[in-house]
Write a new protein. Structure first.
Length: 132
């Protein structure tokens, strides 16, 4: 038989421990599938006073088009060396995915990128929260 998944609560990045918080749609402990690669993306510094200035990460695995359309994803903008956490929102939202452009609200600016400038890094499967 083959190992299918491992249930995990914590992991370490750069010597710091992080608690794994899976999306609400996932019940119980986070199950890390052994057949998939996982990547941690640093998106910002923590705003919580207890962890101010510490990196915030999301755990991502390869994109799965069968997930619900509102599942969060990480996109890469290679020319700017940026990773952005975005949601596939309905067409009425600032984010429009498809055709030839990706547009989204970046602070007060509406940014638009050609399809070739944006790469889907994968689906967000968990937030990584610093452990005190």
């Amino acid at each position: 038989d083959k190992l299918e998944y491992i249930e995990v609560n914590h992991l370490a990045i750069g010597g710091r421990r992080y608690r794994i918080r899976a999306p609400e749609a996932v019940q119980g402990k986070f199950r890390m599938q052994t057949s998939l690669p996982y990547y941690a993306f640093q998106l910002a510094a923590a705003r919580d006073k207890q962890f101010a200035g510490q990196p915030c990460f999301v755990l991502v695995h390869p994109h799965d088009s069968s997930l619900p359309p509102d599942w969060p994803i990480v996109i890469l903008i290679m020319d700017e060396q940026r990773a952005l956490l975005v949601h596939n929102q309905p067409p009425a939202s600032p984010l429009v995915i498809g055709e030839r452009a990706w547009s989204f609200q970046d602070g007060s600016d509406l940014r638009t990128y050609r399809e070739g400038d944006v790469q889907i890094a994968g689906d967000v499967v968990a937030l990584l929260l610093p452990v005190a």
